[in-house]
Design a protein around this ligand. Structure first.
Ligand SMILES: Nc1ncnc2c1ncn2[C@@H]1O[C@H](COP(=O)(O)OP(=O)(O)O)[C@@H](O)[C@H]1O
Ligand SMILES: [Mg+2]
Length: 433
């Protein structure tokens, strides 16, 4: 079996690692990949957003299926293009990917179908948005651009002045391009956040799994936002009762709604939730695995990922086991000096082999140098993912491993999963199939 995996981050290294463990023993091609994926298959330098190039590669290599992991090519219709070319592909079509690529579309779908989420007003002109903001109490709203914005298109303003500045930069200066031509002004919710993932195939929703990630660059959730500095699974507050409620009120209704509205979802559905005093409410949906959450949940997937992909592609997922379990996992990201601002690359990374004694090492921004050495090549460089019988012991192995990895300017957070380890909860999320 031959599989083409699209992407180059830590998520893609984790997907490649899980695919490689399949009973089908697949030959993997990763485009464009990183130094970590190169050890599991063949990296081919086709960019993730090069749709014709990727179709050409899939055809030339005669792959059995393509796994499209990142949001941008999914939103651009890479799965549609593969299907048109007669190639099996894993992931939602562009129409289904709108659940992530248009926050307005996703919100309207939720409202039409009674899925719990924050109230919203949508604006396509700045003066109407500004006069709305004048009337809203300070600290009561969140402002979002409609389209994809690399995780930077949301502002949670503390003051009216900040809110006004956000609207002007989104709608007048178009700092997010066309993504900001329409904006959402949402009711501000509060409560802990959790990311919930399930394989969805039409109206069928597999067993789900939950993780928490850390967006801010510094300890104590301070400093600017990043792509994610760490993650752990399961969260200490994730009970079977809460999981059942999220399935009943969010995951199953949204899958059914997409079928009903003519754009059935096939792929990994990711619900970003806030656990408010009124119950779980949706912050957003994503149409793919999260990064860095994938790196802590895929090691907990006991089923064969190739079997799952084949079942999704043939519409038979309900007959295939999707079993999550496994020990708690905690992952810590090592980032380049300066990230998430400007940072230099090309530094030698040492200690990777020793670090692998304590944890799984997933590469993100890495490349292989002229002498086969591994060099830094991005903002987030590698993630050490530890496991153990409890979150506390998983955290211990993640940090023992992290401490062994060295490169110029490396930095990482010290408090990943600290609150969970301290809560003393050793609960494991295990559901009967
Ligand atoms: N309605 C809301 N109330 C409170 N916080 C919110 C709300 N919407 C978003 N946020 C905060 O902003 C973050 C980013 O918003 P999200 O919709 O997930 O956008 P994206 O991930 O595309 O940047 C969320 O993780 C959450 O912390
Ligand atoms: Mg989000």
């Amino acid at each position: 079996m031959k599989i083409l995996l699209v992407g180059s981050g830590g998520r893609e290294h984790a997907i490649a690692w899980k695919l490689a463990r399949s009973r089908h023993v697949p030959n993997l091609i990763i485009a464009p990949g990183n130094a970590g994926t190169a050890a599991l298959g063949e990296n081919v330098p086709v960019k993730a957003m090069d749709l014709p190039g990727m179709v050409k590669l899939a055809k030339a290599r005669g792959v059995d299926f393509v796994f499209v992991a990142p949001d941008d090519p999914l939103a651009a219709g890479m799965v549609d293009e593969m299907q048109k070319a007669g190639i099996m592909a894993f992931g939602p079509t562009a129409a289904a990917a709108r659940i992530e690529s248009s926050k307005v579309w996703a919100k309207q779908l939720m409202i039409r179908n009674g899925i719990p989420t924050a109230r919203v007003d949508v604006f396509d002109n700045a003066s109407a948005a500004l006069s709305h903001i004048e009337r809203a109490p300070e600290g009561s709203i969140v402002i979002k651009v409609d389209g994809l914005a690399q995780g930077k298109g949301v502002v949670v303003p503390a003051t009216r002045q900040e809110a006004v500045a956000a609207v002007r930069s989104m709608m007048e200066e178009l700092v997010f391009g066309n993504a900001g031509r329409r904006i959402l002004v949402e009711e501000r919710m509060s409560g802990p956040e959790v990311s919930v993932f399930a394989f969805v195939c039409g109206s069928f929703v597999s067993d789900e799994i939950a993780a928490c990630d850390y967006k801010r660059v510094n300890d104590g959730d301070t400093g600017p936002n990043t792509g994610g500095m760490g993650a752990y699974s399961p969260p200490e507050f994730w009970t079977p009762e809460l999981a059942a409620r999220v399935r009943r009120e969010v995951l199953e209704p949204v899958a059914r709604a997409m079928v009903k509205e003519g754009c059935p979802f096939n792929g990994v559905l990711y619900a970003g939730l806030m656990l408010t005093s009124e119950g779980p409410r949706v912050v957003e949906f994503n149409c793919r695995l999260g990064d860095p959450e994938a790196q802590v949940i895929l090691p907990r997937l006991e089923s064969d990922l190739v079997d799952i992909c084949l079942a999704m592609a043939s519409g038979t997922l309900s007959k295939t086991a999707v079993r999550w379990g496994g020990d708690p996992h905690v992952g810590v990201v090592l980032a380049s000096g300066g990230y998430p601002g400007k940072y230099p690359t090309g530094y030698l990374i040492s200690g990777l082999a020793e670090a692998a004694n304590d944890a799984l090492i997933f590469h993100a921004g890495t490349k292989i140098g002229p002498g086969s050495e591994v060099l830094t090549n991005g903002g987030r460089v590698v993630m050490a993912v530890g496991s153990g019988k409890s979150v506390a012991s998983a955290r211990g192995s993640a940090y023992r491993s992290t401490a062994k990895i060295k490169f110029e300017g490396a930095h990482y957070r010290m408090d990943i999963a600290a609150r969970s380890a301290a809560s003393g909860s050793h609960s494991r999320q295990e559901r009967a199939v």
